[in-house]
Design a protein around this ligand. Structure first.
Ligand code: FES
Ligand SMILES: [Fe+2]
Length: 468
């Protein structure tokens, strides 16, 4: 355990029931692999609700889900429903979603509290957006006429808006948010995450554990087999007779960060950072780059946008023979965004080298950044069944500060064709993984020491919550 930014969960006394309890072999986290019970045992899933989800900072929404005063949405985790309300331009509050009279939820799904009035549909008790009680019908009938406002105010949940996300924490005394976010904060500031709003947002119910779903994106080791169109050499090794070769994804850097977070990225090895593998006419290099980018633009429908490729192609016929198209393209992107008054990431080699990589925010968010845009994944546990989860994909980008954008709403995915080829390929593996993890023949997974280290890092952090 590292000393610098440990979670409060791990610092609490060691006399908890989880410590006294025998820790099953099937729940073990070892650097070389994980016990399968972590993905399949209902008792493990229950412990996750008690010890992890009840105490960890977690993303409940993006702020553009509730852009106008009075807008609300709900976030469900386990058997708890949380109501997120836009109180005014500058503040959002999170409440436990119940009426103190007889329990009715005060919001369902998402919607708008007309006139700033939160009205219970059962008997009409009413609150303002800040949670103060405004009407108790026949009030003198309650508690001998002594009912206090504080008895029936809405109960707030700890929340924090950061990076365009609304985070909540159900713990009465949560660890400081600043401690939790510290390892990724500078990076998220540098990529202008707070300025990103939705282009689209999709959600699917998937028959696999929530960790299985997200761990499909924790490494690029799967690209050769799962996405052969993205890795020619690797696919020839996997599916053809080729023995080895310069696989693009082998050069990535994997950083396991404090608090379970992590990153992987290409650094200066990515074409976009200016890396050129072969000497060729410049226009051919531009066209190759456009074709490569198009695999993502079409295959994911986010992260790289069609307009980015159109912009790249404007360089054709304009670059000198010794030009580096990747570097020229990046310059052009920043110049274009500046003209549009659109926020962009910091223009440093370090930040640009992480375009196309993956950032994992413990416990369940993945952020895949590009030039002022990002794809964001979220995996949510099923309230009772460890073999099911909800998985979301959001495509976001920055807009000029004064641009009007629609309130974002989710599209339920029921047909694989509603997502691009790349997520289709990823999602197709998930039920098969879960099925295999339930096999009586399987005891543990085996994990690559470098390329799959973010998985181990995540589970080690999870254990610090579960075992304290
Ligand atoms: S349950 Fe809400 S007013 Fe009665
Ligand atoms: Fe993938």
């Amino acid at each position: 355990m590292s000393a610098t930014s440990r979670s409060a969960a791990a610092d609490k006394s060691s006399n908890s029931p989880a410590d006294a309890m025998e820790w099953p072999v099937a729940w073990q986290t070892k650097p070389e692999g994980l016990g399968v019970g972590r993905y399949t045992d209902p008792e493990f899933a229950q412990l996750e609700f008690e010890k992890l989800w009840s105490r960890v900072w977690q993303v409940a929404a993006r702020v553009d889900e509730i852009p106008e005063t009075g807008d609300y949405t709900t976030y469900r985790i386990g058997d708890q429903s949380i109501l997120l309300v836009r109180v005014d331009d500058d503040s959002i509050k999170a409440y436990f979603n119940f009426c103190p009279h007889r329990g009715t939820t005060l919001g369902e799904g998402c919607g708008h509290f007309e006139g700033g009035k939160i009205i219970c549909p059962f008997h009409g008790w009413r609150w303002d957006l800040a949670g103060n009680v405004k009407l108790v019908l026949e009030r003198n009938e309650f508690h001998g006429g002594n009912l206090q406002d504080s008895d029936v105010a809405m109960r707030e949940v700890h929340s924090r808006v950061y990076g365009g996300f609304v985070f909540i924490n159900l713990d009465r005394e949560p660890e400081p948010f600043d401690t939790f976010i510290a390892p990724l904060r500078q990076y998220f500031d540098d990529i202008a995450l707070a300025d990103m709003r939705h282009i689209w947002w999709k959600r699917a119910a998937i028959p696999c554990n929530w960790k299985v779903a997200q761990e499909a994106f924790f490494e690029a080791y799967h690209v050769s087999a799962t996405h052969p169109q993205l890795e020619k050499v690797g696919s020839e090794v996997v599916y053809g007779d080729r023995e080895d070769g310069p696989m693009m994804y082998r050069d990535l850097t994997y950083d396991a960060l404090e608090n379970g977070h992590g990153q992987f990225y290409g650094g200066d090895k990515t074409p976009i950072a200016g890396h050129v593998q072969e000497a060729k006419p410049t226009d051919d290099l531009v066209e190759e780059m456009a074709a490569r980018m198009n695999l993502t633009a079409e295959g994911l429908g986010g992260m790289i946008l069609k307009e980015d490729i159109a912009l790249l192609r404007t360089l054709k016929g304009k670059l000198p023979p010794d030009a580096n198209p990747g570097a020229e393209y990046v310059k052009l992107q920043f110049a274009t965004a500046a003209q549009q008054n659109r926020p962009m990431p910091k223009m440093t080699p370090e930040i640009i080298g992480k375009w196309g990589g993956v950032n994992f925010l413990f416990p369940n968010i993945l952020i895949l950044p590009q030039a002022g845009n990002a794809v964001i994944y979220r995996a949510l546990p099923h309230p009772t069944d460890p073999n099911q989860c909800t998985f979301e994909i959001r495509s976001t980008r920055t807009y000029p500060a004064d641009a009007r954008t629609e309130r974002s709403t989710v599209e339920e995915v029921t047909d694989p064709n509603q997502v691009g080829l790349i997520p289709q390929q990823d999602l197709a593996n998930l039920p098969r993984i879960q099925e295999g993890l339930r096999s009586r023949g399987m005891r543990q997974t085996w994990l690559a020491s470098n390329q799959e280290k973010l998985i181990v890092n995540m589970h080690q952090e999870e254990d610090r919550y579960l075992r304290s």
